[in-house]
Ligand binder design. Structure first.
Ligand code: ATP
Length: 314
């Protein structure tokens, strides 16, 4: 008889070390080339069996801005798994958030990834990681990376992943806001800045000469934060600053605090500032806190593994 009744899974938030976007395709998506790194800021999902209903409650950072109904990505993940596997189990999900909501760190995707792993375990559906990743991609483009973790190149919608070899540990200072940016609005601003209109998929090639992702991939192999600092690049930065000009002050504050470099994560508003090592990260964070450019300043490291069970309580 199976004794395990609760499953606790944690999944990391991500930052984007590079991000380039082509003009929108006819289906509305912008083809992306991005290098993700999973960092030590985690979402935790506790899954408890129920008689049959699927329910959620959310605690922690920004919980009041997370829906507690069927639109919650963790709830959608549980429904999708149940529908595809034909199990009749129910689950109560308790999400404890550390990743900022609508922060460009894919917190909702991490919740979905954690819920998939937790429910697969709880309901003993035994899906492979590859199968969970395929289900995850239906829920959101960033879910496969939250399952995989570490460092990876993401193409297409960011959901086609190639693992990237990374040496060493990188120390980041995250400037986190208590407000969010909508990813579609940031992409719309990018299109407006560029004067882009939708084009056929075959023409939708990233326009940057060379490859920002290639520079980051080479830098991650070097294990040298100074090399990585030179490679950080996000094409959404200007659009995000266009919508929230105070983000320019956050980037400037990171510079003044002595960070090696700073970059917007995804569509923002989180800014990731790179430090040389742990003491340097603590010093940069201290100065940035004093500058009051962000609601919170956190020190994290990466890369970190993807969604996995942390305890199983009997
Ligand atoms: P991305 O970069 O993938 O767009 P993000 O980190 O900017 O992600 P999320 O925190 O994933 O943004 O949330 C985006 C929106 O999704 C929020 O406005 C929120 O209301 C909604 N949402 C649905 N389910 C969740 C969840 N479990 N956690 C957080 N947000 C959720």
């Amino acid at each position: 008889m199976r004794l395990v009744r609760d499953v606790r899974v944690r999944a990391p938030g991500k930052i984007n070390l590079s991000l380039t976007a082509g003009p929108p395709r006819e289906d509305g998506y912008h083809p992306l080339e991005t290098v993700f790194q999973a960092v030590s800021l985690y979402e935790e999902v506790l899954a408890r069996p129920t008689g049959g209903e699927i329910a959620v409650e959310t605690r922690g950072r920004g919980a009041d801005r997370v829906p507690d109904d069927e639109t919650n990505l963790a709830v959608r993940a549980a429904h999708l798994l149940r529908e595809r596997t034909g199990v009749d189990g129910g689950v109560h999900l308790t999400i404890t958030k550390q990743v900022p909501v609508a922060g460009g760190m894919a917190g909702g995707s991490a919740d979905a990834a954690a819920a998939l792993v937790a429910c697969d375990d709880l309901w003993e559906t035994g899906l492979s990681r590859a199968a969970l990743s395929e289900l995850g991609a239906e829920l959101g483009a960033d879910v496969p990376f939250a399952l995989a973790g570490m460092s990876a190149l993401g193409t297409d919608r960011g959901d086609v992943l190639t693992p990237v070899m990374s040496r060493g540990t990188y120390h980041w200072v995250l400037a986190v806001q208590d407000w969010g940016l909508s990813t579609p609005e940031v992409f719309a601003e990018l299109d407006a800045l560029r004067g882009d209109v939708a084009v056929a998929e075959t023409q939708a090639i990233p326009r940057r000469e060379g490859s920002a992702a290639g520079d980051v991939v080479a830098a991650l192999l070097s294990a040298d934060p100074l090399v990585l600092a030179r490679a950080l690049h996000n094409e959404l930065e200007e659009a995000a600053i266009g919508l929230r000009p105070e983000l320019a002050d956050v980037l400037a504050a990171a510079d003044r605090a002595g960070a090696l470099a700073a970059v917007l994560s995804g569509s923002g508003p989180t800014v990731a500032a790179l430090a040389l090592d742990a003491p340097h990260a603590a010093s940069v964070a201290g100065v940035m806190r004093g500058a009051e450019a962000a609601a919170d300043v956190l020190v994290v490291t990466g890369p970190m593994p993807g969604a996995r069970a942390v305890t199983a309580v009997g």
